[in-house]
Design a protein around this ligand. Structure first.
Ligand SMILES: C[S@@+](CC[C@H](N)C(=O)[O-])C[C@H]1O[C@@H](n2cnc3c(N)ncnc32)[C@H](O)[C@@H]1O
Length: 262
């Protein structure tokens, strides 16, 4: 069985920077929603697909001194750099490996399920790993809000379509965010709710530079599938990194939460 369908490469030299520039747009909302669920010292948490570890580190700060955070990823190169007494880092494939036993108060996964064709099965297994009364918080994009630009930019619309076609070919679902509540209900969770939030950002800012970095990383794949030309990619990157004169909506981040019945 394939280990993962995830096509972004943690070994790419600027992957940490790309991820940090992307997630800085959304981290405050992640923290706000999890705080609202009542996270406190002593909670046991599972952070799945933890990436560069911003959320894992924040969870540790909330559950210390006697709580625990198990942070997993297919590739733990960034998580391994974290140092916290509450933290355990685990190299782990959420699709194919057993979920670490824990009776979790909270399981969180951001920008992970949308990449996994087996996302429904994964949500069901995560729900079963909660302790009764524990919360699953899943956050994924709905790409509906990406694609409108002021002033208009036909090239950026083509770039969006090309990136989505490339990722879809690898099993990505661009509507995962909106589908999260239904997956949670199907998994037997209760008190399911969801909220969406996005940012309207301008060229020449770090948040949008995450897209330029993604294009750099995807360049050969986009060319190989004839989705964009090299000139298209260069022009789009130059515009993104140019003056702050074009605004556009980021993808909509949907945060969904649900509780395992007591
Ligand atoms: C887009 S990044 C998001 C990182 C982090 N959740 C965040 O929001 O900052 C997706 C992460 O999921 C990890 N990942 C992909 N497939 C996975 C799998 N099957 N099991 C565990 N982690 C996986 C990737 O290695 C990557 O670190």
């Amino acid at each position: 069985m394939a280990t993962s369908t995830y096509i972004l490469d943690p070994a790419w030299e600027r992957e940490r920077e790309r991820l940090e520039k992307l997630t800085m747009l959304y981290q405050p909302e992640t923290e706000r929603f999890i705080d609202a669920l009542g996270i406190c010292p002593g909670w046991r948490c599972l952070e799945v697909g933890g990436g560069t570890g911003g959320t894992a580190a924040w969870l540790c700060s909330r559950v210390a001194p006697d709580g625990k955070v198990v942070a997993t990823d297919l590739d733990t190169r960034f998580l391994d750099e974290l140092d916290h007494e509450c933290l355990e880092v685990l190299r782990h494939d959420i699709v194919n490996d057993e979920i670490p036993v824990g009776g979790y108060d909270l399981i969180h996964a951001r920008l992970l399920l949308e990449h996994l064709p087996a996302r429904r099965e994964v949500v069901a297994r995560l729900a079963a790993a909660l302790k009764p009364g524990g919360w699953l918080v899943a956050e994924d994009f709905d790409f509906a809000t990406w694609g409108t630009f002021d002033p208009p930019a036909p090239l950026h619309v083509r770039v969006k379509d090309a990136v989505m076609a490339l990722m879809s070919a690898a099993g990505h679902d661009p509507e995962t965010g909106t589908k999260l509540p239904g997956m949670m209900i199907a998994a037997g969770l209760e008190a399911v709710e969801a909220a969406g939030h996005n940012r309207v950002i301008t060229t020449g800012t770090p948040g949008l530079d995450s897209l330029a970095l993604m294009l750099e990383q995807f360049r050969e794949m986009l060319l190989g599938m004839n989705l964009l030309s090299s000139e298209d990619i260069d022009e789009a990157i130059a515009d993104i990194r140019g003056p702050a004169n074009r605004w556009g909506g980021s993808p909509l981040m949907v945060t969904a939460w649900g509780r395992r019945p007591l």
